[in-house]
Each structure stands twice: as C-alpha cells, then as structure tokens.
Write a protein that binds this ligand. Structure first.
Ligand code: LMR
Length: 443
C-alpha cells in the first residue's frame, strides 16, 4: 500500500487518511519535503528547542523555502552527517526505511513502532522516508509532526514526499503499504491491472534509487502479485528480497488454534500459511504445534480444523472489513513489524514463519515465477531460506495447488506488466476463469 492519492474513491481528511491494504495509491508527481528530527542544536532564530533536539520550522515564507517545495513546513537545518558523533557508540549504523501509504491507518500504527525501536531493535537508529500523495500531503505532514513530538531517540530523520524516486532513495527497507481500492463493479482483474501499474512504477523506482540490498515487503493487495510485478521491474535488487505479507494470516491462525486448544498463543508454533494472501490461502494445521505437540493431537476435531478453522482464517480479512467498514489496520501493522523482526532476528530452532516469496527453486513443487507463501527461517541478517521437508498430505496438497493456480491466473492477468521480467512469465493470458476471491465486504 502506498500512500499516493488517487482521485477516486478514498475519502481522506487531513488527519484521518483511509489507507487500507486495498485502499490507496501512489502517485509520483511533486517534490519531496523533509521533516527532520535532530539531536543537534540548531542556531537559527526560529528554531524550536526540545532538550538537546531542535527542529526548525519554516513558515511558508520562511528563509530557504524552495518554490518546488510545496510540503515545506519542515526543513532539516543541520548536517545529519554530524549526527554520528553525538550518539551512543553501541548503536548500529542507521537504516533507511521507506514506507508507502504513509498517511494511512496501517502506517499510523506501524511508523511509531518502528521509530520507537521495537521493530528493528533498540540499538538501531532509523531514518523514515514517507511516501504519500498530493491528496494526502496535509495528513503526511501531520504524521511527521506526531513523529517529531514523540522524541524517539532512535528516529534520526523523517522525510516526506510524493515522488517515489525521491522517497525510495537509498532505502534499506521498502514497506509498500499503499494500493488503490476496489471500486463498485470492479473485477479482481481490474484491481490487478490498476494496482499493477503502481507496482511497476515503484519497482522501477526501487531499481533506480534504492540500495541493491533493499528488502521490500508488499502489503498493498493483491500483495503476492504486486510483489511479483515490483520485483520484475527491479533487476538491480535481489528478487529473493521481495516479500508479500502473510504473517498476518499466520498470526490469525495461531490465535484461533490457541483459542480452540484453550492455551495461550505463545504455545502455538510452526504455523505456516501456504500460497496467496486471499481466500485460497492454506493455513497449515497439519504441521502446526501446540506446546511442542502436533496440533492435530491436541485438537482432535478434524472437522473443525478443515471446515471451521480453515475458512475462518481464509476469510477473516473480509469479516473484519464487514465489522469495521475498512480493512484491518492495527493487526496488519503488528504483523508487518513481526515480519521484519522475523528477518532481523534468528528464527528459533525448529520453528518457521510465513512469508510469500519468489517460488523459484522451492522444495515443494510449486511452479517457479510466482510469489507464494512458504515456511521460512532466517539467520537474522535479513535473508531467509525456505524450510524443506514439511509434511504435505493430500488435503494440503490439493489446496496448495488451488492457491498456486490462482496465483498463476493473477500473473496471467498482468502478464504485460511483468513483460520485462527477469523471471519466466507463462503466457497465461487474460481474462482468466478466475474464481472470484473477493473478500466479503471488500467492495
Ligand atoms: C486483510 O487480510 O485484513 C486484508 O488484506 C483485507 C483487505 O482486502 O484489505
């Protein structure tokens, strides 16, 4: 999801921007503005001091404001490179995190977690680079103001802008949260097409300006295929570093297994979501564990596992939309934070986590060239490997196949958008006989 504003459906106010996993767009028009959080005293007359931190706020007529700086409420008035000398020696080198859909609700939960240190670690300073849109610029400034007001020591700089080529510059991480909403009467293929175009542009922008080692997490729906589109346009980046978010589904599955078993969530492990972040996803109870035992030995009600648990997880996002009138936001943000933590910390021995990644060379016979959710583990260095050897019984295999077919169909719908891909693109064509996987209430 990127926060680029479309002129279409989204209702936004300056403070309450409705960004959901299906609900925002990114545009690449205007300029980037800086909101800066400093730890070094600024000496300008209209500098505002907070402890040892000062931020200069320029008025619209302020000195140094550029004509092409329409968001120029905030400007960095000190040399950020001096920052290194003034901070704890135990801190790691700063990482730059770009976030699209930054004025939306998911970001509003996520950004403050990142800035607090609870995601990348309490010794990890961060720069936040926030992508919004023309329509969200006021809200984006509000987000930057609130970040400043929190006095997070680890947050060294905030940049806001609506040009992804500026905002993604030098990014170590790109969290692509914004995506366009589905409008009334639109088919899934229409959504793929519209959002696909956004992820073509963002993939190209990442290719041009992000670090080649940048890790990209796609949240905007349809996130698996959006991730495929983005990576297809970013040959300078390692395609293995593109992810689509299925950790949210894993968390949902863990919670429901725990509730059924009458245990606390923490005792549930080894849960994987296979496939697409859609209603064809396969929440795997076969390999799941509760208190170290097979979940199927603790929950012996197979009918519940197959016919209640499974569809409940597959459709939980849609149910939430019905309840809330919008997509999940807080739980999505938490799961993005979990996803990042899964990559920057070593996975506990014997466990795994879910993430949708490029399927090339996977050990489960899923066709190459799609972004499919697998059980993965990490050494904590930002990379991952797919965990081989999980039991795939007939029940799982049949459903995993269905999700694979759905992803192949989605890819067929956007074949023209992955045409420059460095992955093989089968000639699937569009329209496809695509079972409608719209989540109830998604309209
Ligand atoms: C979710 O799973 O909560 C969302 O992806 C649903 C949606 O379509 O926004």
């Amino acid at each position: 999801m990127t926060t680029t504003m479309t002129t279409m459906t989204t209702t936004m106010t300056a403070r309450a921007t409705t960004t959901t996993r299906a609900r925002t767009t990114t545009t690449t028009t205007t300029t980037t503005t800086r909101a800066a959080i400093g730890r070094r005293r600024a000496r300008e007359p209209n500098a505002r001091r907070r402890g040892d931190a000062c931020v200069r706020y320029n008025t619209p007529a302020g000195v140094g404001r550029k004509a092409d700086d329409p968001l120029g409420v905030f400007r960095l008035e000190y040399d950020i490179s001096m920052d290194e000398a003034h901070r704890p020696k135990t801190w790691k080198p700063t990482v730059t995190v770009a976030v699209s859909g930054a004025a939306g609700q998911i970001s509003n939960h996520l950004l403050f977690k990142i800035a607090s240190g609870s995601v990348f670690g309490h010794d990890q300073p961060v720069v936040l680079r926030l992508l919004g849109s023309e329509r969200s610029r006021q809200a984006l400034e509000g987000v930057a103001m609130e970040l400043e007001d929190c006095l997070f020591p680890l947050l060294r700089e905030v940049d806001i802008g609506i040009d992804c080529r500026k905002v993604f510059a030098g990014a170590d991480w790109a969290l692509l949260i914004g995506a366009k909403p589905r409008g009334p009467g639109m088919e899934r293929g229409d959504l793929l097409e519209m959002n696909g175009a956004i992820f073509v542009d963002q993939g190209k922008a990442l290719n041009e300006v992000a670090k080649p080692t940048c890790k990209v997490i796609v949240v905007g729906n349809p996130c698996n295929t959006n991730a495929l589109i983005a990576l297809s346009h970013a040959p300078n980046l390692d395609p293995r570093n593109f992810h689509a978010l299925t950790k949210l589904d894993e968390n949902r599955a863990k919670c429901q297994l725990a509730l059924k078993a009458g245990v606390f969530y923490e005792t549930v492990s080894n849960v994987v979501i296979w496939g697409n972040h859609s209603t064809t996803q396969v929440p795997d109870f076969v390999n799941a564990k509760i208190d170290g035992k097979k979940a199927t030995e603790v929950i012996t009600d197979q009918d519940w596992l197959e016919n209640d648990f499974t569809p409940a997880i597959q459709t939980r996002g849609g149910l939430l939309i019905k309840k809330w009138g919008r997509s999940s936001a807080a739980s999505t943000a938490v799961s993005i934070a979990d996803h990042i933590r899964n990559l920057v910390n070593p996975t506990p021995e014997g466990d795994w986590f879910s993430t949708a990644v490029l399927s090339n060379g996977n050990p489960y016979g899923i066709q190459d060239g799609i972004v499919y959710s697998f059980p993965c583990r990490s050494k904590g260095d930002g990379s991952y490997e797919i965990v081989p050897g999980l039991e795939v019984n007939d029940w799982l295999r049949e459903r995993m196949k269905k999700s694979e077919e759905e992803l192949t169909s989605e890819k067929g719908c956007v074949g023209h958008l992955v045409g420059e891909a460095h992955v093989d693109v089968p000639d699937a064509g569009c329209p496809v006989d695509l079972e409608d996987t719209l989540l109830p209430g998604e309209m």
